[in-house]
Design a protein around this ligand. Structure first.
Ligand code: HEM
Length: 184
């Protein structure tokens, strides 16, 4: 038991999530598809078929302090809420200069300078989220970020991503694709 779940996001002709739009925020977009499926995969299993397949794995946290972890745990809601019919899949790759920083330098940019967690906490519990790490799997993105929310919280989610794209941490983002999804 590693405590890590490996997840593939499959863009193609079927799946529970209908694509509303795919927008390249930085770098190259992904090919257009009509649906996205989200499946749990075993390490070493063959890549499922699809127009594109992005795979990442949940992992331990890197940056959160005890106080932040407790604040997040107290406020966050799980994925799969029946009324959360909108989702966003936002794959992100950071630059080599980010990855060459030391851990304390990255934490300083992430929270002391950027307030990523403090900003994010403003949008809980409306936005449910899960972070998948893809960099060590040799994937084209470092992170696959996934969010679920109710239609009435979409404007808040848009405000959240606008705020985050303005913080110092985002100057290290060299590829970002914003994929918006809806399910019946
Ligand atoms: C990482 C919170 C929204 C992109 C993190 C981490 C936390 C967090 C606590 C650090 C995890 C760790 O310690 O390893 C939140 C909260 C949000 C939110 C509460 C509110 C919904 C977003 C959004 C995006 C995003 C909307 C994308 C547009 C990322 C990325 C990382 C991350 C890429 C990984 C950073 C790295 O390890 O270099 N987030 N976040 N987050 N978040 Fe957010």
């Amino acid at each position: 038991m590693s405590g890590s779940t490996r997840v593939s996001f499959i863009g193609g002709a079927s799946g529970p999530w209908r694509v509303e739009r795919i927008e390249a925020i930085a770098g190259a977009a992904l090919p257009p598809v009509r649906f996205v499926d989200v499946v749990t995969v075993e390490p070493g299993a063959p890549k499922p078929p699809g127009e594109w397949v992005l795979t990442g794995a949940t992992s331990n946290t890197r940056y959160t302090t005890r106080i932040e972890t407790s604040a997040l745990t107290a406020k966050q809601e799980p994925l799969g809420r029946s009324d959360a019919t909108l989702a966003a899949l936002i794959p992100i790759r950071k630059s080599p200069s980010w990855w060459s920083l030391a851990q304390d330098e990255r934490r300083s940019i992430f929270e002391a300078q950027s307030r990523h967690i403090a900003i994010g906490l403003d949008y809980l519990p409306a936005i449910a989220r899960r972070l998948h790490h893809a960099r060590d799997l040799g994937e084209p993105f470092d992170f696959l970020t996934w969010f679920e929310f109710r239609p009435e919280d979409e404007a808040d989610f848009d405000a959240l991503v606008a705020r985050l794209r303005d913080i110092p941490e985002w100057s290290f983002v060299e590829r970002e694709v914003d994929i918006r999804l809806r399910r019946p």
